[in-house]
Ligand binder design. Structure first.
Ligand code: GLN
Length: 538
């Protein structure tokens, strides 16, 4: 739509966790709904090359793209809001930047020059920012800079933004600063000072914010907006209130009401029309007016952390809206689940999802859960490790293979029904080395999956090192654990189902990564439908 790509930078001030990702995704949604081809990129200032090696306790879920990038969970929000796939180029860390610069230095590309933060690191950051813009695929690139201004790690990024604004011109590159307006209940007042200081910190690096998005728990009145505008050098209409919302999916409408899209487009000298949010609002209406309620158990070992299973929780919101059902998630810690308490914890549920994961902690609880839902005809969805647990449970309790296991948990097991993948055996380096990204899968006709997908060929995203051991396939099939999805190139089993059960599906891949507001994932939609049926049959 435009001839040059325009850049919008989103920085954060005062504190982390203000929801830069949601603001960036909401703005992108509004611009997309006006016909602008928009994408979002996240720059993370930490030294890890990617978040793939980070524990969910540190950084929440690791989100995986079609092209196999292990990325920050904010990319999940971008895809869920925009329904456009992201890629390696959409998430860049300091580790990745330094790795590229050091590799270039080793190849002699700097011709004997001293390699420095400015210009070499900042040039690499600028290059990474512009890769998406130069692809010709986008009118607007929104670049979210992780962390908070003033952090030592953020400095080269803020400097790169300063240089790019200078090079591209004010009409082509703008800065939105997201900040906090705290409410002091003792004084009964909203306070602007932290915002003034963080805008000042940004200015010390030569960057003037064009727009301020102010997170607040209370409405910002006109006088307060004027005060912020005066002290922070922005126009009053560029002070945007971001008040706490009951769901993140309300934020695009809230930003529309505040005129964020309009003020951004004015700054970029682009035409502004009314965004078409019809489909989005249809989803919201269904999400907010459910006709039924189902209870689904989420069994994992990081359940106390909201961010660890982010994409799964969001996929349930999409699938719930599609079914006009409220999905109430009951988080169940697999480490504390055993045969003695399983009845109390699971018997009332309408469905059980056993989550992905790594390592031994909590796996016996997951296996007990699978046994319970198998025997009690409760709808089941196992994802990645969850599918592997279903295979192990079937081996132990139906095939009678005592101590069957995954070689991940017990390398010496007599029955390695889940085994390390052949090409993973020699890999030593962690990070980006698993079986990652999108792979094809052929579905067997007359199966649950062929019905829910209404297809015989699908592509789904993966992140694993271990696989279903085909040596046991005939025995499993004969005993009723059917393989209903197979990778056509390698013969790898991607899906198992129990023939003699209302709805029991284990998938080696991660369907949750591909669920979006406008495209709820068919497997989650089918699972919620099965849970509803279970509820009604009680
Ligand atoms: N740990 C298992 C594997 O590597 C499962 C991975 C996952 O659940 N993402 O195969």
């Amino acid at each position: 739509m435009t001839t040059t790509t325009k850049y919008v930078f989103v920085t954060g001030g005062v504190t982390s966790s203000l929801g830069k990702g949601i603001i960036a995704a909401s703005l992108a949604k509004l611009l997309q709904a006006q016909g602008y081809r928009t994408t979002i990129q996240k720059l993370d200032p930490y030294i890890n090359v990617d978040p793939g090696t980070l524990n969910p306790y540190e950084h929440g879920e690791c989100y995986v793209t079609d092209d196999g990038a292990e990325t920050d969970l904010d990319l999940g929000h971008y895809e869920r809001f925009l329904n456009v796939p992201t890629s390696q180029a959409n998430n860049v860390t300091t580790g990745r930047i330094y790795q590229s610069v050091i590799e270039k230095e080793r190849r002699g590309e700097f011709l004997g020059k001293t390699v420095q933060v400015i210009p070499h690191i900042t040039d690499e950051i600028k290059h990474r920012i512009q890769i998406l813009g130069k692809s010709g695929d986008y009118d607007i690139v929104i670049t979210e800079i992780g962390g908070t201004v003033g952090d030592i790690e953020s400095l080269p990024y803020v400097e790169a933004v300063r240089q790019l604004q200078w090079e591209l011109g004010d009409d082509n590159a703008i800065v939105i600063h997201l900040t906090l307006i705290p409410y002091l209940s003792a004084a009964g007042e909203l306070k602007t000072k932290p915002t003034q200081h963080s805008v000042k910190t940004l200015m010390e690096s030569g960057v003037q914010a064009d727009i301020l998005v102010c997170r607040t728990e209370h409405e910002l009145g006109v006088p307060l907006r004027k005060k912020i505008a005066r002290f922070c050098n922005v126009k009053p209409n560029a002070v945007i209130q971001s008040i706490d919302a009951s769901t993140i999916y309300d934020v695009p409408n809230l930003m529309l009401k505040e005129g964020l899209d309009k003020v951004v487009l004015d700054h970029l000298k682009l035409p502004n029309t009314n965004p078409d949010l019809t489909k989005w609002n249809e989803f919201l209406a269904k999400h907010k007016n459910p006709k039924n309620e189902v209870h689904i158990g989420l069994i994992g070992k990081y359940v106390e952390l909201q961010d660890s299973y982010k994409s799964i929780l969001e996929a349930f919101i999409h699938a719930g809206a599609e079914n006009e059902v409220k999905v109430i998630i009951e988080s169940i810690h697999s480490e504390y689940l055993n045969e003695d308490n399983i009845e109390i914890k699971l018997s009332h549920l309408d469905g059980v999802l056993v989550a992905p994961g790594f390592g031994e902690r909590g796996i016996e609880g997951k296996i007990d859960a699978v046994k319970y839902v198998r025997e009690h005809n409760i709808p089941f969805l196992g994802i990645c490790l969850g599918m592997q647990m279903a295979v192990i449970e079937y081996a132990r309790n139906v095939l009678g293979l005592d101590n069957a296991n995954s070689t991940e948990m017990n390398p010496e097991t007599a029955h390695p029904v889940i085994n390390i993948m052949e090409d993973q055996k020699t890999i030593i380096n962690k990070g980006g080395t698993m079986r990652l990204g999108s792979w094809g899968c052929d579905l067997v006709g007359d199966s649950i999956v062929s019905k829910v997908y209404s297809a015989n060929r699908i592509d789904e995203r993966h992140r694993h090192r271990f696989e279903y051991n085909n040596v046991y396939k005939e025995r499993f099939e004969a005993a009723g654990l059917k393989t209903t999805g197979i990778n056509p190139k390698t013969g790898l089993v991607e899906i198992v189902e129990i023939e003699d059960h209302p709805w029991f599906v284990g998938v080696q891949y991660h369907p949750e990564y591909k669920s979006t507001v406008s495209n709820p994932h068919p497997l989650f939609v089918g699972f919620v439908k099965a849970a509803l049926k279970h509820l009604k049959s009680k």
